[in-house]
Design a protein around this ligand. Structure first.
Ligand SMILES: Cc1cc2nc3c(=O)[nH]c(=O)nc-3n(C[C@H](O)[C@H](O)[C@H](O)COP(=O)(O)OP(=O)(O)OC[C@H]3O[C@@H](n4cnc5c(N)ncnc54)[C@H](O)[C@@H]3O)c2cc1C
Length: 443
Protein backbone atom coordinates (compact mmCIF):
# COMPACT_ATOMS: atom_id res chain seq x y z
CA UNK A 1 0.00 0.00 0.00
CA UNK A 2 1.35 3.43 -0.85
CA UNK A 3 1.66 6.24 1.67
CA UNK A 4 -1.46 8.38 1.94
CA UNK A 5 -1.27 12.17 1.86
CA UNK A 6 -1.60 13.56 5.40
CA UNK A 7 -4.51 15.88 6.13
CA UNK A 8 -3.08 19.41 5.83
CA UNK A 9 -3.97 22.97 6.39
CA UNK A 10 -4.74 24.14 2.82
CA UNK A 11 -2.99 27.49 3.37
CA UNK A 12 0.32 25.98 4.40
CA UNK A 13 2.82 24.38 2.04
CA UNK A 14 3.82 20.87 3.09
CA UNK A 15 7.07 20.79 5.05
CA UNK A 16 9.47 18.33 3.46
CA UNK A 17 12.40 17.43 5.69
CA UNK A 18 15.29 15.50 4.16
CA UNK A 19 17.76 13.70 6.45
CA UNK A 20 21.19 13.28 4.84
CA UNK A 21 22.99 15.44 2.29
CA UNK A 22 24.68 12.69 0.26
CA UNK A 23 23.92 11.61 -3.31
CA UNK A 24 20.32 10.75 -2.42
CA UNK A 25 19.40 13.63 -0.09
CA UNK A 26 21.14 16.39 -2.07
CA UNK A 27 19.49 15.27 -5.30
CA UNK A 28 15.98 15.09 -3.89
CA UNK A 29 16.48 18.54 -2.38
CA UNK A 30 17.77 19.89 -5.71
CA UNK A 31 14.82 18.46 -7.66
CA UNK A 32 12.20 19.71 -5.17
CA UNK A 33 13.65 23.23 -5.17
CA UNK A 34 12.73 23.51 -8.85
CA UNK A 35 9.11 23.42 -7.59
CA UNK A 36 9.82 25.52 -4.52
CA UNK A 37 6.39 27.14 -4.52
CA UNK A 38 4.89 23.76 -3.63
CA UNK A 39 6.98 22.98 -0.53
CA UNK A 40 8.86 24.26 2.50
CA UNK A 41 12.08 22.28 2.22
CA UNK A 42 14.59 21.61 4.98
CA UNK A 43 17.74 19.58 4.46
CA UNK A 44 19.44 18.28 7.60
CA UNK A 45 22.89 16.75 7.33
CA UNK A 46 25.70 16.15 9.77
CA UNK A 47 28.31 17.71 7.47
CA UNK A 48 27.92 20.95 5.53
CA UNK A 49 28.83 19.26 2.24
CA UNK A 50 28.03 16.30 -0.01
CA UNK A 51 30.91 13.92 -0.62
CA UNK A 52 31.54 12.42 -4.06
CA UNK A 53 32.63 9.08 -2.58
CA UNK A 54 33.72 7.55 -5.89
CA UNK A 55 36.48 10.19 -6.03
CA UNK A 56 37.91 9.53 -2.56
CA UNK A 57 40.59 7.24 -4.00
CA UNK A 58 41.93 10.22 -5.95
CA UNK A 59 42.28 12.15 -2.70
CA UNK A 60 44.27 9.20 -1.32
CA UNK A 61 46.49 9.32 -4.41
CA UNK A 62 46.80 13.13 -4.01
CA UNK A 63 45.74 13.70 -7.64
CA UNK A 64 42.85 15.88 -6.47
CA UNK A 65 42.50 18.08 -3.41
CA UNK A 66 39.91 17.11 -0.78
CA UNK A 67 37.83 20.20 -1.55
CA UNK A 68 37.45 18.94 -5.15
CA UNK A 69 35.40 15.92 -4.08
CA UNK A 70 32.89 17.77 -1.94
CA UNK A 71 30.09 20.19 -2.74
CA UNK A 72 28.91 22.67 -0.09
CA UNK A 73 25.22 22.02 0.61
CA UNK A 74 24.46 25.70 1.21
CA UNK A 75 25.37 26.41 -2.43
CA UNK A 76 22.59 24.04 -3.49
CA UNK A 77 19.91 24.92 -0.95
CA UNK A 78 19.18 28.50 -1.96
CA UNK A 79 15.43 27.80 -1.96
CA UNK A 80 15.51 25.53 1.07
CA UNK A 81 16.71 25.71 4.64
CA UNK A 82 19.92 23.88 5.45
CA UNK A 83 20.56 22.70 9.00
CA UNK A 84 23.91 21.20 9.90
CA UNK A 85 23.11 18.61 12.53
CA UNK A 86 22.78 14.95 13.37
CA UNK A 87 19.31 13.47 13.61
CA UNK A 88 19.18 11.23 16.68
CA UNK A 89 15.48 10.53 17.17
CA UNK A 90 12.28 10.69 15.15
CA UNK A 91 8.82 10.80 16.69
CA UNK A 92 6.63 9.44 13.89
CA UNK A 93 3.42 10.00 15.87
CA UNK A 94 4.12 13.74 16.39
CA UNK A 95 5.91 14.03 13.02
CA UNK A 96 8.91 15.66 14.62
CA UNK A 97 12.59 14.85 14.49
CA UNK A 98 15.26 15.69 17.08
CA UNK A 99 18.46 17.01 15.75
CA UNK A 100 21.75 17.76 17.52
CA UNK A 101 23.07 21.06 16.11
CA UNK A 102 25.72 23.67 16.95
CA UNK A 103 23.05 25.25 19.15
CA UNK A 104 22.20 21.98 20.93
CA UNK A 105 19.10 19.87 20.38
CA UNK A 106 16.41 21.30 18.09
CA UNK A 107 13.09 19.83 17.00
CA UNK A 108 12.01 20.00 13.36
CA UNK A 109 8.44 19.24 12.31
CA UNK A 110 7.63 17.61 8.98
CA UNK A 111 4.71 16.61 6.79
CA UNK A 112 6.88 14.52 4.48
CA UNK A 113 10.11 13.00 5.76
CA UNK A 114 12.81 11.70 3.44
CA UNK A 115 15.32 9.34 5.08
CA UNK A 116 18.54 9.42 3.05
CA UNK A 117 21.25 9.11 5.67
CA UNK A 118 23.35 6.37 4.01
CA UNK A 119 25.31 3.76 5.92
CA UNK A 120 28.63 3.53 7.79
CA UNK A 121 31.87 1.69 7.13
CA UNK A 122 32.28 -1.45 9.19
CA UNK A 123 35.57 -1.30 11.06
CA UNK A 124 35.57 -4.68 12.84
CA UNK A 125 35.03 -7.23 10.08
CA UNK A 126 38.41 -8.94 10.57
CA UNK A 127 40.21 -9.47 13.89
CA UNK A 128 42.65 -6.62 14.43
CA UNK A 129 41.02 -4.43 11.78
CA UNK A 130 39.63 -1.85 14.21
CA UNK A 131 43.02 -1.30 15.87
CA UNK A 132 45.42 -1.69 12.95
CA UNK A 133 43.67 -1.05 9.65
CA UNK A 134 42.25 2.08 8.08
CA UNK A 135 38.94 2.27 6.22
CA UNK A 136 37.87 4.50 3.36
CA UNK A 137 34.42 6.04 3.61
CA UNK A 138 34.74 9.75 4.37
CA UNK A 139 36.90 12.65 3.16
CA UNK A 140 38.56 12.51 6.60
CA UNK A 141 39.47 8.84 5.97
CA UNK A 142 40.89 9.71 2.55
CA UNK A 143 43.00 12.58 3.92
CA UNK A 144 44.20 10.36 6.76
CA UNK A 145 45.30 7.59 4.35
CA UNK A 146 47.01 10.14 2.10
CA UNK A 147 48.97 11.46 5.08
CA UNK A 148 49.70 7.92 6.24
CA UNK A 149 51.32 7.12 2.89
CA UNK A 150 53.47 10.28 3.11
CA UNK A 151 54.36 9.48 6.72
CA UNK A 152 55.43 5.94 5.76
CA UNK A 153 57.78 7.31 3.07
CA UNK A 154 59.27 9.82 5.50
CA UNK A 155 59.79 7.02 8.03
CA UNK A 156 61.50 4.72 5.53
CA UNK A 157 63.98 7.50 4.80
CA UNK A 158 65.00 7.49 8.47
CA UNK A 159 64.82 3.73 9.16
CA UNK A 160 67.98 1.59 9.05
CA UNK A 161 66.49 -1.90 9.55
CA UNK A 162 65.96 -3.29 6.00
CA UNK A 163 63.10 -5.61 7.06
CA UNK A 164 61.22 -2.77 8.74
CA UNK A 165 61.83 -0.50 5.73
CA UNK A 166 60.09 -3.07 3.51
CA UNK A 167 57.28 -3.52 6.01
CA UNK A 168 56.74 0.26 6.07
CA UNK A 169 56.71 0.37 2.27
CA UNK A 170 54.16 -2.42 1.84
CA UNK A 171 50.54 -1.29 1.48
CA UNK A 172 47.91 -4.03 1.60
CA UNK A 173 44.44 -3.23 0.25
CA UNK A 174 41.71 -5.61 1.41
CA UNK A 175 38.88 -5.87 -1.14
CA UNK A 176 38.95 -6.00 -4.93
CA UNK A 177 35.67 -4.17 -5.58
CA UNK A 178 35.42 -0.59 -6.88
CA UNK A 179 36.99 1.11 -3.86
CA UNK A 180 39.79 -1.44 -3.47
CA UNK A 181 40.83 -1.30 -7.13
CA UNK A 182 40.61 2.50 -7.17
CA UNK A 183 42.68 2.91 -4.00
CA UNK A 184 45.34 0.39 -5.05
CA UNK A 185 45.67 2.11 -8.44
CA UNK A 186 45.79 5.58 -6.90
CA UNK A 187 48.49 4.64 -4.38
CA UNK A 188 50.55 2.84 -7.07
CA UNK A 189 50.58 5.93 -9.29
CA UNK A 190 51.14 8.27 -6.41
CA UNK A 191 54.15 6.30 -5.10
CA UNK A 192 55.71 6.20 -8.54
CA UNK A 193 55.33 9.97 -8.96
CA UNK A 194 56.35 11.12 -5.50
CA UNK A 195 59.28 8.77 -4.90
CA UNK A 196 61.54 11.34 -6.59
CA UNK A 197 61.11 13.54 -3.49
CA UNK A 198 62.28 10.72 -1.19
CA UNK A 199 65.73 9.89 -2.59
CA UNK A 200 66.59 7.44 0.21
CA UNK A 201 63.62 5.21 -0.60
CA UNK A 202 64.31 2.50 -3.20
CA UNK A 203 61.69 1.47 -5.75
CA UNK A 204 62.12 -2.15 -4.55
CA UNK A 205 61.16 -1.06 -1.02
CA UNK A 206 57.64 -0.06 -2.07
CA UNK A 207 54.91 -2.57 -2.80
CA UNK A 208 51.13 -2.75 -3.03
CA UNK A 209 49.11 -5.93 -2.63
CA UNK A 210 45.40 -6.22 -3.23
CA UNK A 211 43.44 -9.10 -1.68
CA UNK A 212 40.18 -10.20 -3.25
CA UNK A 213 38.29 -13.17 -1.85
CA UNK A 214 36.36 -13.73 -5.12
CA UNK A 215 37.89 -15.16 -8.26
CA UNK A 216 38.34 -11.78 -9.98
CA UNK A 217 38.50 -8.06 -9.45
CA UNK A 218 35.43 -5.84 -9.96
CA UNK A 219 32.85 -8.66 -9.89
CA UNK A 220 30.07 -6.14 -10.73
CA UNK A 221 31.60 -5.61 -14.21
CA UNK A 222 31.99 -8.10 -17.07
CA UNK A 223 34.93 -10.56 -16.86
CA UNK A 224 36.99 -8.76 -19.51
CA UNK A 225 36.91 -5.44 -17.60
CA UNK A 226 37.88 -7.15 -14.32
CA UNK A 227 40.75 -8.72 -16.25
CA UNK A 228 41.70 -5.34 -17.80
CA UNK A 229 41.78 -3.77 -14.33
CA UNK A 230 43.97 -6.62 -13.05
CA UNK A 231 46.43 -6.28 -15.94
CA UNK A 232 46.58 -2.51 -15.54
CA UNK A 233 47.37 -2.86 -11.83
CA UNK A 234 49.92 -5.62 -12.36
CA UNK A 235 51.65 -3.56 -15.04
CA UNK A 236 52.25 -0.94 -12.37
CA UNK A 237 53.70 -3.47 -9.94
CA UNK A 238 50.60 -4.21 -7.84
CA UNK A 239 50.38 -7.82 -6.60
CA UNK A 240 46.83 -9.04 -7.15
CA UNK A 241 45.75 -12.03 -5.01
CA UNK A 242 42.35 -13.44 -5.97
CA UNK A 243 40.51 -16.18 -4.02
CA UNK A 244 42.36 -14.82 -1.02
CA UNK A 245 40.94 -13.40 2.18
CA UNK A 246 42.59 -11.58 5.07
CA UNK A 247 42.14 -13.56 8.29
CA UNK A 248 43.57 -11.01 10.73
CA UNK A 249 45.49 -7.76 10.82
CA UNK A 250 48.22 -6.67 13.22
CA UNK A 251 50.43 -3.58 13.43
CA UNK A 252 53.06 -5.20 11.22
CA UNK A 253 51.33 -7.97 9.27
CA UNK A 254 48.27 -9.36 7.52
CA UNK A 255 47.49 -13.03 8.07
CA UNK A 256 46.11 -14.63 4.90
CA UNK A 257 43.43 -17.31 4.58
CA UNK A 258 45.98 -19.83 3.26
CA UNK A 259 48.20 -19.46 6.33
CA UNK A 260 50.78 -17.13 4.79
CA UNK A 261 51.68 -13.79 6.35
CA UNK A 262 52.32 -10.52 4.55
CA UNK A 263 54.64 -8.13 6.37
CA UNK A 264 52.96 -4.76 6.12
CA UNK A 265 52.56 -1.76 8.41
CA UNK A 266 49.58 -0.39 6.45
CA UNK A 267 46.33 -2.22 5.76
CA UNK A 268 43.52 -0.40 4.02
CA UNK A 269 40.12 -2.09 4.27
CA UNK A 270 37.58 -1.28 1.59
CA UNK A 271 35.11 -4.04 2.47
CA UNK A 272 32.07 -4.04 4.67
CA UNK A 273 29.40 -1.55 5.56
CA UNK A 274 27.03 -1.44 8.48
CA UNK A 275 23.72 0.31 9.12
CA UNK A 276 23.72 3.83 10.49
CA UNK A 277 22.85 3.60 14.23
CA UNK A 278 19.81 5.81 13.58
CA UNK A 279 18.03 2.90 11.84
CA UNK A 280 18.04 0.83 15.06
CA UNK A 281 16.49 3.78 16.94
CA UNK A 282 13.54 4.13 14.56
CA UNK A 283 10.84 2.10 16.29
CA UNK A 284 7.97 0.80 14.20
CA UNK A 285 9.48 0.87 10.74
CA UNK A 286 10.23 -2.23 8.66
CA UNK A 287 13.97 -3.02 8.56
CA UNK A 288 15.64 -5.89 6.72
CA UNK A 289 19.40 -6.47 6.32
CA UNK A 290 19.90 -3.28 8.33
CA UNK A 291 18.10 -1.19 5.68
CA UNK A 292 14.67 0.46 5.75
CA UNK A 293 12.28 -1.53 3.57
CA UNK A 294 10.39 0.67 1.16
CA UNK A 295 7.21 0.09 -0.81
CA UNK A 296 7.20 0.30 -4.59
CA UNK A 297 6.77 4.10 -4.54
CA UNK A 298 9.66 4.52 -2.01
CA UNK A 299 7.33 5.22 0.91
CA UNK A 300 7.76 3.33 4.20
CA UNK A 301 4.84 1.15 5.30
CA UNK A 302 3.16 1.82 8.65
CA UNK A 303 4.38 5.43 9.11
CA UNK A 304 2.60 8.31 7.47
CA UNK A 305 4.57 10.60 5.15
CA UNK A 306 7.90 8.78 5.50
CA UNK A 307 10.08 7.83 2.53
CA UNK A 308 13.51 6.21 2.29
CA UNK A 309 16.11 6.26 -0.48
CA UNK A 310 19.82 5.62 -1.05
CA UNK A 311 22.08 3.30 0.90
CA UNK A 312 19.93 3.34 4.07
CA UNK A 313 16.93 1.97 2.13
CA UNK A 314 16.10 -1.47 0.78
CA UNK A 315 14.40 -0.58 -2.47
CA UNK A 316 12.99 -3.16 -4.85
CA UNK A 317 13.43 -2.19 -8.48
CA UNK A 318 10.74 -2.83 -11.12
CA UNK A 319 12.62 -5.98 -12.25
CA UNK A 320 12.12 -7.48 -8.76
CA UNK A 321 15.79 -7.20 -7.73
CA UNK A 322 16.93 -5.01 -4.85
CA UNK A 323 18.54 -1.76 -5.99
CA UNK A 324 22.31 -1.91 -5.30
CA UNK A 325 23.82 0.59 -2.85
CA UNK A 326 25.47 2.75 -5.51
CA UNK A 327 25.56 6.45 -6.29
CA UNK A 328 23.75 5.85 -9.58
CA UNK A 329 20.77 4.22 -7.87
CA UNK A 330 20.78 6.77 -5.04
CA UNK A 331 20.44 9.58 -7.62
CA UNK A 332 17.76 7.70 -9.62
CA UNK A 333 15.74 7.05 -6.45
CA UNK A 334 16.09 10.71 -5.42
CA UNK A 335 14.77 11.97 -8.75
CA UNK A 336 11.91 9.49 -8.68
CA UNK A 337 10.97 10.41 -5.12
CA UNK A 338 10.95 14.11 -6.00
CA UNK A 339 8.48 13.35 -8.82
CA UNK A 340 6.31 11.37 -6.37
CA UNK A 341 6.32 14.15 -3.79
CA UNK A 342 5.37 16.69 -6.44
CA UNK A 343 2.59 14.39 -7.65
CA UNK A 344 1.26 14.03 -4.08
CA UNK A 345 1.37 17.79 -3.52
CA UNK A 346 -0.82 18.11 -6.62
CA UNK A 347 -3.19 15.40 -5.40
CA UNK A 348 -1.95 12.82 -7.90
CA UNK A 349 -0.84 9.26 -7.21
CA UNK A 350 2.77 8.30 -6.49
CA UNK A 351 4.35 5.88 -8.97
CA UNK A 352 6.48 2.78 -8.42
CA UNK A 353 10.26 3.14 -8.74
CA UNK A 354 11.89 1.71 -11.87
CA UNK A 355 15.43 2.29 -13.07
CA UNK A 356 17.55 0.56 -15.67
CA UNK A 357 21.24 0.70 -14.87
CA UNK A 358 23.21 2.70 -17.42
CA UNK A 359 26.39 0.84 -16.56
CA UNK A 360 29.31 1.15 -14.19
CA UNK A 361 32.72 2.78 -14.19
CA UNK A 362 35.86 2.60 -12.08
CA UNK A 363 39.29 4.21 -12.18
CA UNK A 364 42.35 2.02 -11.96
CA UNK A 365 44.76 4.84 -11.20
CA UNK A 366 45.53 8.18 -12.79
CA UNK A 367 44.35 8.40 -16.46
CA UNK A 368 43.20 4.76 -16.43
CA UNK A 369 39.75 3.33 -15.99
CA UNK A 370 37.27 0.65 -16.99
CA UNK A 371 33.64 1.22 -17.88
CA UNK A 372 30.57 -0.44 -19.27
CA UNK A 373 28.06 2.16 -20.41
CA UNK A 374 24.87 1.22 -22.25
CA UNK A 375 26.51 -2.13 -23.04
CA UNK A 376 29.67 -0.52 -24.50
CA UNK A 377 32.90 -1.62 -22.81
CA UNK A 378 35.78 0.82 -22.45
CA UNK A 379 39.19 0.54 -20.81
CA UNK A 380 42.10 2.94 -20.31
CA UNK A 381 42.04 6.71 -20.90
CA UNK A 382 38.55 6.94 -22.55
CA UNK A 383 36.96 5.20 -19.54
CA UNK A 384 38.84 7.46 -17.13
CA UNK A 385 37.81 10.62 -19.04
CA UNK A 386 34.19 9.49 -19.12
CA UNK A 387 34.32 8.83 -15.40
CA UNK A 388 35.71 12.30 -14.62
CA UNK A 389 33.29 13.99 -17.04
CA UNK A 390 30.38 12.31 -15.28
CA UNK A 391 31.41 13.43 -11.80
CA UNK A 392 32.24 16.91 -13.06
CA UNK A 393 28.73 17.11 -14.52
CA UNK A 394 27.34 16.21 -11.08
CA UNK A 395 29.18 19.08 -9.34
CA UNK A 396 26.84 21.90 -8.43
CA UNK A 397 27.17 25.42 -9.91
CA UNK A 398 28.95 26.42 -13.10
CA UNK A 399 31.68 28.34 -11.27
CA UNK A 400 32.65 25.30 -9.24
CA UNK A 401 32.68 23.09 -12.34
CA UNK A 402 35.07 25.50 -14.13
CA UNK A 403 37.38 25.80 -11.13
CA UNK A 404 37.58 22.05 -10.66
CA UNK A 405 38.05 21.44 -14.40
CA UNK A 406 41.02 23.86 -14.47
CA UNK A 407 42.57 22.29 -11.39
CA UNK A 408 42.03 18.73 -12.65
CA UNK A 409 43.63 19.66 -15.98
CA UNK A 410 46.61 21.13 -14.12
CA UNK A 411 46.92 17.88 -12.15
CA UNK A 412 47.08 15.82 -15.36
CA UNK A 413 50.42 17.40 -16.31
CA UNK A 414 52.12 17.93 -12.97
CA UNK A 415 53.08 15.53 -10.15
CA UNK A 416 50.81 15.11 -7.13
CA UNK A 417 51.13 17.47 -4.20
CA UNK A 418 53.17 15.94 -1.39
CA UNK A 419 52.34 18.50 1.28
CA UNK A 420 51.79 16.63 4.51
CA UNK A 421 49.16 18.80 6.19
CA UNK A 422 49.08 18.04 9.88
CA UNK A 423 46.76 20.85 11.02
CA UNK A 424 49.06 21.60 13.94
CA UNK A 425 47.62 24.34 16.11
CA UNK A 426 49.59 26.95 18.06
CA UNK A 427 48.86 25.48 21.49
CA UNK A 428 50.18 22.10 20.26
CA UNK A 429 53.33 23.80 18.98
CA UNK A 430 53.84 25.53 22.34
CA UNK A 431 53.44 22.20 24.16
CA UNK A 432 55.93 20.48 21.86
CA UNK A 433 58.38 23.43 22.14
CA UNK A 434 58.39 22.96 25.90
CA UNK A 435 58.85 19.18 25.68
CA UNK A 436 61.39 19.45 22.86
CA UNK A 437 59.40 16.91 20.84
CA UNK A 438 57.58 16.86 17.53
CA UNK A 439 54.03 18.17 17.64
CA UNK A 440 51.69 15.18 17.72
CA UNK A 441 48.25 14.83 16.29
CA UNK A 442 46.54 11.97 14.50
CA UNK A 443 47.69 13.20 11.10
C1 LIG B 1 35.16 4.85 -1.21
C2 LIG B 1 33.84 4.69 -1.92
C3 LIG B 1 33.81 4.57 -3.30
C4 LIG B 1 32.59 4.42 -3.97
N1 LIG B 1 32.60 4.31 -5.33
C5 LIG B 1 31.43 4.25 -6.01
C6 LIG B 1 31.40 4.22 -7.42
O1 LIG B 1 32.45 4.23 -8.09
N2 LIG B 1 30.19 4.19 -8.05
C7 LIG B 1 29.00 4.18 -7.35
O2 LIG B 1 27.92 4.18 -7.95
N3 LIG B 1 28.99 4.19 -6.01
C8 LIG B 1 30.17 4.22 -5.32
N4 LIG B 1 30.16 4.26 -3.95
C9 LIG B 1 28.88 4.14 -3.23
C10 LIG B 1 28.16 5.49 -3.20
O3 LIG B 1 29.04 6.49 -2.71
C11 LIG B 1 26.94 5.36 -2.31
O4 LIG B 1 26.11 4.38 -2.84
C12 LIG B 1 26.19 6.70 -2.26
O5 LIG B 1 27.01 7.66 -1.64
C13 LIG B 1 24.88 6.54 -1.48
O6 LIG B 1 24.28 7.78 -1.34
P1 LIG B 1 23.44 8.15 -0.02
O7 LIG B 1 22.97 9.54 -0.22
O8 LIG B 1 22.45 7.09 0.24
O9 LIG B 1 24.48 8.06 1.16
P2 LIG B 1 25.74 9.03 1.46
O10 LIG B 1 26.30 9.56 0.18
O11 LIG B 1 26.60 8.21 2.34
O12 LIG B 1 25.09 10.22 2.25
C14 LIG B 1 24.52 10.09 3.52
C15 LIG B 1 24.51 11.46 4.15
O13 LIG B 1 23.78 11.42 5.36
C16 LIG B 1 24.48 12.11 6.38
N5 LIG B 1 24.05 11.53 7.67
C17 LIG B 1 24.32 10.31 8.16
N6 LIG B 1 23.71 10.13 9.33
C18 LIG B 1 23.05 11.28 9.60
C19 LIG B 1 22.23 11.70 10.68
N7 LIG B 1 21.96 10.90 11.73
N8 LIG B 1 21.73 12.95 10.65
C20 LIG B 1 21.99 13.77 9.61
N9 LIG B 1 22.74 13.41 8.55
C21 LIG B 1 23.26 12.17 8.54
C22 LIG B 1 25.93 11.86 6.02
O14 LIG B 1 26.79 12.81 6.60
C23 LIG B 1 25.89 11.96 4.51
O15 LIG B 1 25.98 13.30 4.09
C24 LIG B 1 31.37 4.39 -3.24
C25 LIG B 1 31.41 4.52 -1.84
C26 LIG B 1 32.61 4.66 -1.19
C27 LIG B 1 32.63 4.80 0.32
Amino acid sequence: MNAQAPGRDVERRPRVVIVGGGFAGANVSHALQKKYTLFDITLVSEESYSTFNPMLAEVVGATVFPEHVVAPLRETTRRAQFVMGTVGKIDFARKVLCCDTLKGEVEIAYDELVLAYGNRARVDLIPGMAEHAVVLKTVGDAMHIRNLVLRRLALIELETDPALRKCLGHFVVVGGGFSGVEVAGAIADSLREIRRYYPRVGADELKITILQNGDRLLPELPDCLGEAAKKSLQKRGVDVFTQMSAKSVSARSVQLGDGRTLDSCTTICTIGTMPNALTARLAGIPVERGRIVTQADLSVAGVDGVWAIGDCALVRNADGAFAPPTAQFAVAEAKHLARNLIARARGQAARPFAHTSRGMMATVGHLKGVAQIFGIRLAGLPAWMLWRAYYLSQMPTFGRKVRIFVEWTWGMFFPPDITHFRFTRSHELLRSDQAGTMPTNSN
